[in-house]
Design a protein around this ligand. Sequence first.
Ligand code: BGC
Length: 748
Amino acid sequence: MRRRLLLLSMLTLASGYGQKKNDDKSVKIKPKAEFVADLMSKMTVEEKIYQLVQFSSDGTVTGRKSGDNYITRIQQGKVGSVLNATGAANNRMIQKLAVENSRLKIPLLFGHDVIHGYKTIFPINLGMASSFDPAAVEKAARVAAVEASAGGIHWTFAPMVDIARDPRWGRVSEGSGEDVYLGSKLAAANVRGFQGDDLSKNNTILACAKHFAAYGAAEAGRDYNTTDMSERVLRDTYLPPFHAAVDAGVKTFMASFNEISGVPSTGNKHLLRDVLKEEWKFDGMVVSDYTGVNEMIAHGFAKDDQDAAQLALNAGMDMDMVGGTFMNTLKKSYDEGKVSIEVINDACKRVLDVKYDLGLFEDPYRYFDEAREKENTYKPDFLEAALDVAKKSMVLLKNKNNVLPLKKDMKIAFVGPLASDEYNIIGSWAALGERDGRAVSVKEGVMNLLGANAKVTFDAGVELSGNKSNMMKAAYANALKADVIVAVMGERENQSGEAGSQTNIDLPGMQKEFLMQLRGLGKPIVLVLMNGRPLTLSWEDENIDAILETWWSGTRGGDAIAQTLFGDNNPNGKLPISFPRSVGQIPVYYNHKNTGRPYLGQSDSEQKYKSRYTDSDNSPLYPFGYGLSYTKFDYSNLKLSTAKLKFNEKLKISVEVTNTGNYAGDEVVQLYVKDVVGSVTRPVRELKGFEKVNLKKGEKKTVTFELSSDDLKFYNIDMQNTAEAGDFEIFVGGSSDATLNGKFELVK
Ligand code: BGC
């Protein structure tokens, strides 16, 4: 410790700026603009460029990483940020390399993917989105930030705010689903959670809105694939959650791997400079995705690393993640006049600004406190929060004859490869979340809830994805003796997520076949699903009595599932993404256009020349916003405060919701709007509000939404973002299929 104090005061003198210890309020440094300008006035062009370089540690301090001589380069001040180094002690050691050795002693920025928790793992993001509960999502991000910051992390590469309408794309698991409004609300909630109200507190971390942009629109759902879309679709559908993140104060952005209409996002000046930095006035920094700059060569957009680096920087990219292109070529491009000092200065300033915001110039070691780390890992209230969010993320898809909730004294055969699993249940991109031995499996959750007298058995029966069938015998024997069978089935945790695209999204391996055989026993069957994307479940929907979608539910997942199965938690999650009937229907999403020949379903008098499939319904199996409860909710008495809404006024929409069933429960009340005629065609309906209400048995509540013309804006025929006067229809209910409706006119 004495050595460190001495060292800190030497650093203060050497670098010209104060550095304070965690417990020491002493040295105050100059205001940001002045401080950063001073520092930059001392920097050479190379030193500025090196701030734009991120190296990967791959979890260790040694070894070959994103370039050779990792340690030496840090000591020489040639690295601005380090990826994937974790742990207070480890990161302090790396930070020392920079601040004790480099000429200007500029602290490193430590980034890591803290996607749905750091150690305490929350449900995957698609699961959290099912809660339709921004406060719960914010809380999860807050806990993750407290835990990660204590573990030496300054910066997370989250939230992923890509709109995703194609379940073949494995990364649907990482986002908030298909809807612009829900996606925007949850983007902002995540930013607030990670960044808190003051970035200079040492328990807040930089958030990163990714992947900018339209990454979720990859053709055919194949990861990294091309996207091609109109500027209108881009702005109406794919950009709003990013804009919401900027409005919430997000400090960093990550460019996406894909190209949009011929231009890779990494070198897309229109996106990065014109829209993000100029139009939206984003003052934070933009990082590329992992080797995204180099990949512009394979895209056929840059001829070599030097070309790629200058294209990226000029387009508005501030940091090269791992690719080494900025480090190796930007000085040459500067000497050759291909990049200006102004552009380098702008990028460097943005990087230094966020380091300043985090308080790193005051104390580069402020995130590296082992005592704090120990105290803030798997804290009881973090685990409690993980349980709470997991319970909110369960979606009940089917419940024939009220098979659920189960009675605690029933004889139950739990079968399926995930019934006792504590590895997959926390899902992919689980940062440092421990799996076996830490995560609560369904088996453990059931035993925690029912205790030793429980009449339950647990047998895998089949493998997750293989076709070994010799385990089925024991499962059958127990199923035969049971009152009810609970099949816990789904995907491998890393089957969805990055590079997890699939053409077949049925239950994998022999699981479906096993279910079919269990069906033959004639007992009630409950299917508990764990998966990172919508699956095709047409057979299951027809043949299985109850289906509970639990996604990957995190460290406390098994407790949340058990409490839901046995009725201690009444499920209230709603789908943030539609479940298709078959892969052939994809993309299927609720806010589609009507076409000139809309199909009205089986009752349509004209069946032939309509926009429809001849071998399938148009509708999804389970629509966006859908999810059942153990109780029932009735909607009535829809009232609008006016039939004519002026542009500068507000419309109040109220509806009565009554719990007419036998349990207390939460319901997500949803408001949809249809703009009937536009200068460009408008979707059949769009979510414009939601509110979760808790209703006791028999209770009635009035829910009121407010709408103004601002909520009705879109990019019109002249590409102006505006609302247009005319007729609107509204629908209120418990899913995107809501039928209770009203209308109003927007008037000048
Ligand atoms: C992913 C990003 C992630 C980055 C760093 C990339 O492959 O696309 O989402 O943040 O790796 O781990």
